[in-house]
Design a protein around this ligand. Structure first.
Ligand SMILES: [Zn+2]
Length: 195
């Protein structure tokens, strides 16, 4: 079955900004979704995150992206309909929704051993928008139960770009600035066991 993003309405309070390749993504029943994965873009702004999301990386004519992007001012855009499987985390895509928070992370030296701090805080507006979005997802997806950070689900260590003898985390997002306690205290979702 091909996706028909034009027939989809973005989940409130997100604004629709469908990626050009949505119709080429695999689809799934909404009942299969039980997990939200929190990411940060590790890019300077939403505009660049959009450019990265639009890149076609696979033979299927699709690329890597989350379903939702939350800017620093709390604006939420939806790039992919919920019934489409987005490529945002290895091994968990078919069952999950990806939420990307705009945050520099380790940009532009992601794998440099001297550049692993992720020190940009998440803004209050961004976290409030995330809370609203989690509430909306909970209402739209009866099977939704779990939440995890990308760093919980992809623990691969890779050689650092500046020194191949050192290992750094391939993924660290959303990273140490993400206020897990605050977020978990305001949602019925539970952090994925073992994550
Ligand atoms: Zn991520």
């Amino acid at each position: 079955m091909l996706a028909s993003p034009a027939m989809d309405t973005a989940l409130h309070p997100a604004l629709p900004h469908w990626l050009p390749y949505c119709a080429r993504l695999q689809t799934r029943p909404l009942a299969d979704i039980d997990l939200v994965v929190i990411h940060c873009t590790e890019l300077p702004d939403l505009e660049m995150a959009r450019q990265y999301g639009e890149r076609e990386l696979y033979a299927s004519g699709t690329g890597n992206c989350g379903h939702f992007y939350i800017d620093r001012d709390g604006r939420i855009e939806q790039y992919v309909p919920l019934h489409c499987v987005a490529h945002h985390v290895r091994g968990y895509n078919p069952r999950s929704v990806g939420i990307e928070l705009v945050n520099r992370g380790r940009w532009p030296h992601w794998l440099d051993s001297q550049h692993q701090a992720m020190d940009e805080p998440y803004s209050p507006a961004q976290l409030q928008a995330l809370q609203q979005l989690l509430d909306s997802l909970g209402a739209a997806l009866p099977g939704l139960r779990w939440i995890a950070g990308h760093e919980d689900l992809d623990r691969e260590q890779v050689p650092a770009s500046d020194d191949a003898r050192q290992l750094v985390a391939r993924k660290r997002d959303p990273g140490p600035q993400f206020p897990w306690h605050q977020v978990l205290s305001a949602t019925t979702l539970q952090r994925l066991p073992g994550a």
